[in-house]
Ligand binder design. Structure first.
Ligand code: UDP
Ligand code: MG
Length: 319
């Protein structure tokens, strides 16, 4: 049995056969430079390319330091990181994307913050190299998330982060169906810190996110940290009730003074349409929460691990 390492690096991998060798050649010199025992846990999130073969070749080169958790199929980036968290042994944990958009060379910067007594050190993508619509969506969702959820962090989309182990244990224990690693860790942190880290274009391959996935992602984010959206609807409802009440008073008075009115049918329709659409949006919103409660209570496994490759061999977890 190997001694527990000081540092565990968790990296989700989805169709990254091209980036993995580059990552290997840049990450390991950095980790060797830290001068403490470490492990790197790659979680293969059901890649359809040769990522698993590449990972196994890398494992053969550093069997003591590399562990591979292989999923049965694709479950998504956050479930992959969660699976990595369930396997970490280090006192300090670092998460990193595989595509080298965040340079591994910045890991020591975050580790220094942890050594200084912070329990979470988050990266902020300086000079972000993404398509401009992506940056716009991120900016908007960062502002909204900060307003609605009260979680203060500059960049919830940056996966280059370092955590004390107890934060990771709490995340694993919370067992949420749709965990948001970045926001959740910030929420759990007693003494978080942030540092600007580099951001580059993807080393190879292409992004796995599109606009639809990003919208779903942001809905998940907001609904898992806040019920403010529901309260906004309650407030809207109350406001409309007061306005309608005043309108009723006015029309009643008008009827007494001037007599019945037949005009204004279209105005009435307009008001009705408005109210109906607000109600529909409200129902949909409630549905978002109910759907998430449903996913949560169903307690289906968030992912199924096919096998774990470690220095002492392969453990098959599912057939
Ligand atoms: N990823 C994953 N499962 C997925 C999608 C992505 O494990 O279903 C991994 C991917 O291999 C990478 C990280 O998550 O390490 C970030 O993905 P990507 O670079 O596509 O996202 P972006 O940088 O565009 O936000
Ligand atoms: Mg990326």
């Amino acid at each position: 049995m190997l001694k527990n390492p000081y540092l565990s690096v968790v990296i989700p991998v989805y169709n990254e056969e091209e980036t993995l060798p580059i990552l290997y050649s840049r990450l390991f010199p950095v980790l060797d430079g830290v001068g403490k025992p470490y492990e790197v846990i790659f979680v293969n999130d059901g890649s359809r390319d040769r990522s698993q073969d590449v990972l196994e070749q890398l494992h053969a080169r550093r069997p003591e330091q590399i562990r591979i958790v292989q999923f049965m199929r694709n479950y998504g980036q956050h479930p992959a990181i969660m699976a990595g968290f369930e396997h970490v042994r280090g006192e300090v944990v670092v998460t990193l994307d595989c595509d080298l958009q965040n340079p591994p060379e910045d890991i020591p910067k975050l580790l220094a913050l942890i050594e200084d007594g912070h329990d979470v050190a988050g990266g902020i993508r300086g000079d972000r190299q993404d398509k401009s619509w992506r940056k716009g969506v991120s900016k908007l969702s960062n502002i909204l998330r900060e307003r609605i959820t009260n979680i203060r962090m500059t960049d919830h989309g940056c996966m280059l982060r370092a955590y004390r182990r107890y934060i990771i244990d709490q995340i694993v224990e919370s067992g949420e169906a749709t965990p948001f690693i970045t926001a959740l860790s910030q929420y759990l942190a007693a003494n978080p810190a942030e540092a600007v880290v580099g951001h580059e274009e993807r080393a190879a391959g292409k992004s796995n996110y599109n606009l639809y996935k990003l919208i779903r992602y942001n809905f998940d984010l907001v609904t898992s940290f806040s019920v403010v959206p529901l309260q906004i609807f309650t407030l809207t409802g109350i406001t409309f009730s007061i306005l309608s009440f005043l309108l009723v008073l006015y029309i009643a008075a008008r009827r007494v003074v001037i007599g019945p009115e037949a005009d204004g049918i279209f105005t009435l329709f307009a008001i009705l349409f408005l109210l109906v659409s607000v109600t529909m949006a409200g129902l949909g919103l409630i549905g978002e929460y109910v759907g998430r409660i449903y996913t949560e209570v169903r307690k289906r496994p968030r992912f199924v691990v096919k096998q774990v490759v470690e220095h002492n061999g392969v453990t098959k977890e599912a057939a």
